[in-house]
Design a protein. Structure first.
Length: 119
């Protein structure tokens, strides 16, 4: 049973990581678009009123993507709590920053050995 849970949890984690990456790419593209529009307007020597509605919509899109990212971060946090609740240990913490140790280790479970980078 634990191996099945671990395999299922890994599939969910893979989808979560893919979504996190996709949202980051979308945020980057949205920021690039938002930055390019005022520059393009200035370069073309157009009045400020030209393209303002498009810029407003692009800015709203960026804000929505930031909110989507915030929701995915909260989803990640909740899934991590669920992982601990069903007794699965961390097997991967990513490469961006160390993950803090869990506050409570369920009775009968050993604290996992810290991960280390291998070269």
């Amino acid at each position: 049973m634990p191996r099945t849970r671990q395999a299922v949890a890994q599939r969910v984690a893979d989808h979560l990581f893919a979504l996190e990456d996709a949202i980051d790419v979308a945020l980057t593209r949205s920021a690039e678009l938002n930055a390019s529009m005022p520059s393009a307007r200035g370069e073309a020597r157009l009045p400020a009123m030209i393209g303002q509605t498009a810029l407003d919509h692009a800015a709203d899109t960026f804000t929505s993507l930031v909110q989507a990212r915030r929701n995915v971060v909260e989803t990640h946090r909740s899934l991590d709590e669920a992982r601990a609740e069903i007794g699965l240990q961390e097997v991967n913490i990513g490469d961006m920053a160390p993950k803090p140790p869990p506050a409570d280790i369920p009775y009968g479970h050993a604290r996992p050995a810290p991960l280390r980078a291998v070269g």
